[in-house]
Design a protein around this ligand. Structure first.
Ligand code: TNX
Length: 522
């Protein structure tokens, strides 16, 4: 665009031409009035529209399987609601009208592997990124440029118009995660996949699974089979529990990976270990197996930290877990070990950190691990106390931000919310959005923070309906905090965008909390 006046002229002339061209379904549309969450960094509208039709072909450049997979993913997303069987093809040199093009190009520095740009004209849509991951993130934006009906599972009436213009986008934080506690209540592989599909739309890139706790051990460890045979059979309030075989787990990891979501497995130690202590007597200092536990108290269990055989156990568990973990991280818990003496706790974390390193992984632990001597690539997850993260930063360690009073998905919205807890306070949709990770804890700045994570502890959450109610719509705000720099976020603007996004959550069949603070558009 040369100057403002010529762009106004250009837009108005294009609009007029479009209005007169009655044979075309292109219509004047404004890209800036679309409700995209998280909000893209740069949006430049050109005032017209592209129509997705049965004839649209999705072309990908470069013959890699990953590129093809990305293109197929897009075709499949668009299929149920449009009933179009869009062709997916390797691109020829010349672009042709009506099509979508996916390219790998050299975008500006700073766009990284998740950055992307979308160029939409009346004739074509072009997505550019440095990496297929960026194309995948861009596809999530493209989905949100189509009418909400695109998310319906049955055929909807068109036309399928997309506003023209350009979008350039990349994330603020590299780590944008959620955590699900599958120990207090077990969730089936199919349910995890359903959740992963919902998370992908918001460009979430990490799913941390809390795989063990006092109430249940959820991952098969072949060298210690009783962990799941005994420790896997309980959950809070006496349900039947369950666990993932290593095969099922790998299938979940792959499913997430196809959506560019990394699974971070957590084995919580040395506290929160009653399920393991009930499965193997020798893990207890007194050599006596504990009773299985289905209550919700915390802080009463501990591994026997000064016994060498404990480290044989930890080594086997981490070795087997690392072998089925393509991602860089293993989470070792480390929270609320109230019955472990402090020197024993420190000794334990130091030894476990060495084991994680030996198997080629980076250790993440809840903030209490900052009391130990951390390697500089270990990560401390802040949740409650502000001294621990400062201790960690002083050791050169990066912080993952999960402040309970802002981002715990198990906290009620208000006093009437069912289910949920409230020990960290109520978290309404505005409070969930109105904070900046980089200015929350004194002594911790932007450069110390790897990203944010929203945990859902499941003492009171028993099924997908309850999960969705606690997660949505707060997760949309967390996704935005992770993706968009603080200076580009504004609650008053966001609540309107979220209000328009409600239709899309409805179309996706999500059971979300309709906060009174948001003007939902039906
Ligand atoms: C504290 S947060 C815990 C969990 C509970 C949660 C309930 C953290 C590291 N530990 O064991 O499930 O509160 O909100």
């Amino acid at each position: 665009m040369k100057n403002d006046w010529s762009s106004v002229m250009y837009v108005s002339i294009t609009m007029m031409l479009t209005l007169f061209a009655s044979c075309s379904t292109n219509q004047p549309m404004d890209l800036t009035s679309e409700s995209i969450i998280p909000k893209p960094q740069v949006i430049a509208p050109t005032g017209n529209s592209f129509e997705l039709t049965e004839q649209t072909t999705i072309y990908y450049h470069g013959g890699s399987d990953e590129m093809k997979q990305t293109a197929v993913f897009l075709a499949e997303i668009l299929r149920p609601a449009t009933a179009f069987k869009l062709d997916v093809r390797l691109a020829e040199d010349k672009e042709q009208s009506g099509n979508i093009y996916l390219n790998l190009t050299d975008l500006d520095e700073g766009q990284g592997s998740e950055g992307y740009e979308i160029i939409i004209t009346k004739e074509t849509i072009t997505l550019n990124a440095n990496h297929p991951e960026g194309l995948f993130r861009g596809i999530q934006t493209l989905r949100q440029l189509l009418p909400a009906g695109i998310e319906m599972k049955k055929k909807q009436a068109g036309p399928w118009l997309i506003a023209t213009g350009e979008i350039r986008d990349y994330p603020e934080y590299a780590y944008r995660g959620v955590m699900l506690d599958v120990s207090r209540h077990f969730f089936l592989p199919e349910q995890l996949k359903q959740y992963i599909d919902l998370l992908a739309l918001y460009k979430i890139n990490i799913l941390h699974l809390h795989l063990s706790d006092d109430q249940g051990w959820r991952i098969e460890i072949k060298s210690w089979p009783r962990l799941t045979e005994i420790g896997g059979k309980t959950e809070v309030d006496g349900g039947k529990g369950g666990f993932y075989t290593q095969e099922e787990y790998s299938d979940i990891v792959n499913y997430a990976g196809e959506r560019y979501i990394t699974i971070v497995p957590e084995i919580d130690m040395p506290g929160h270990t009653n399920a393991a202590l009930a499965s193997y007597a020798k893990l207890n200092c007194d050599g006596k197996a504990r009773e299985l536990y289905t209550g919700t108290e915390v802080g009463f269990s501990t591994l026997c930290t000064r016994d060498d055989s404990t480290y044989k156990f930890v080594d086997d568990v981490i070795r087997e877990l690392a072998a089925i973990t393509p991602g860089p991280y293993i989470h070792i818990g480390g929270d609320e070990s109230h019955v472990t003496k402090k020197p024993d706790y420190i000794y334990f974390i130091n030894r476990v950190q060495q084991i994680v390193e030996k198997y080629g992984k980076q250790m993440i632990g809840w903030e209490e691990i900052a009391q130990a001597e951390l390697l500089s690539n270990s990560i401390a997850q802040h949740w409650r106390n502000s001294e621990y993260p400062v201790l960690a930063v002083n050791q050169g360690v990066k912080i993952l931000m999960s402040p309970a009073n802002k981002i715990y998905l198990d906290m009620k919205y208000d006093s009437t919310t069912q289910p949920g807890l409230s020990w960290a306070g109520f978290i309404e949709v505005d409070s969930a959005y109105l904070w900046d990770p980089a200015s929350l804890v004194k002594g911790i700045g932007r450069e110390d923070i790897i990203g944010i994570e929203a945990p859902l502890w499941t003492e009171t959450i028993t099924n997908m309906e309850e999960l969705e109610y606690m997660v949505f719509p707060r997760i949309a705000g967390y996704a935005e905090i992770g993706w968009v720099p603080a200076e580009n976020r504004d609650w008053n603007e966001y609540r309107l965008r979220l209000g328009r996004h409600g239709k899309r959550m409805d179309a996706m069949g999500i059971n979300f909390y309709r906060s009174d603070l948001v003007p939902w558009i039906e």
